[in-house]
Design a protein around this ligand. Structure first.
Ligand code: G3H
Ligand code: ZN
Length: 286
């Protein structure tokens, strides 16, 4: 069933594992992510950035595609469709009207009070219709679609601001920037675990780790130990899809039927997602 993230994240936090948010990029990603979740008996969050939604013809077509494929493939595990890095109140409302069951409002580039006010408005509207809300404080580095943050602008979230933010907004889960980066890491990630620990005990709600690609397994486990119940993965799936297409076309340069190179790419994404589910501990929880 299509559900909000609230219950799945609270359950994950209580049982010390994380649910993955796997970003959708095209139809094959939808199939790969849903089938991976069903085969792993794992709850799953389908992440949709505004850019990816544009690519797939809009919010409504994405939700409809997820729903239709869930039916066609008899998906029985809980699935959330979540707006990733929503840029405005209006975009969040658009997603909500299209049938998204969860939204992120990313006001992390605004001053604290403005971020709180904006997030509060989204929470009020979303909660009224049972949709969960994620928000961010501090700035996750790197680039993902429309969201680009220079190294100099990267900032770690401050614990006292985090507890104020979560209390005053009523968000269901919370993404404090702690040194993770969108896209491939240029060097080993340097996550601020001391900060993480402080923030975890200060806020109470499940934490979200953005930039899940390339974080060493032991850091992932530490992050889960410090309250992270949601980990976002996009680049890693994109890389395995692209690598598969490259391999297929190099082996068979005369090939032209997209099914022949997108099919194996879809399988590659599915395997990547399944491996993450096992790593995050969300397999066999349903
Ligand atoms: O919001 C999406 C993510 O944070 C994805 O990050 O592309 O580095 O895996 P990633
Ligand atoms: Zn992100």
């Amino acid at each position: 069933p299509l559900v909000s993230m609230k219950e799945m994240l609270n359950e994950a936090k209580a049982n010390q594992y994380a649910v993955g948010q796997y970003n959708l990029n095209n139809m094959e990603f939808v199939q790969a992510v849903l089938q991976a979740a069903e085969e792993e008996r794992s709850p799953v969050i389908c992440g949709v950035s505004e850019g990816a939604a544009r690519y797939m013809s809009g919010f409504k077509p994405v939700v409809d595609m997820v729903k239709t494929f869930m039916e066609a493939h008899h998906i029985t595990v809980p699935v959330a469709v979540h707006l990733d890095h929503g840029s405005s109140f209006e975009k969040c409302m658009e997603a909500l009207r299209a049938g998204f069951t969860s939204v992120m409002i990313d006001g992390s580039h605004y001053p604290l009070e403005d971020n709180i006010a904006l997030t509060r408005r989204v929470v009020d509207a979303a909660h009224a219709v049972g949709v969960s809300v994620e928000a961010e404080l501090g700035r996750v580095g790197g680039q993902e679609d429309d969201v680009a943050v220079e190294e100099a602008e990267e900032t770690y979230a401050v614990p006292s601001e985090c507890s104020k933010f979560v209390k005053e907004t009523g968000v269901d889960c919370f993404a404090p920037a702690l040194g993770s980066v969108h896209g491939p890491y240029k060097a080993e990630p340097n996550l601020g675990f001391d900060r993480m620990k402080e923030i975890d005990s200060a806020v109470g709600v499940p934490l979200v780790l953005h930039g899940g690609t390339g974080i060493p397994a032991e850091d992932v486990q530490k992050a889960i130990g410090f309250g992270h119940a949601k980990i976002n993965v996009n680049t890693e799936s994109q890389i395995s899809s692209a690598a598969s297409v490259r391999r297929t076309l190099e082996e068979k340069p005369d090939l032209y039927d997209p099914r022949k190179y997108m099919g194996p790419a879809r399988d590659a994404v599915k395997e990547t997602v399944k491996a993450k589910m096992r790593e995050f501990g969300s397999s066999n929880r349903v």
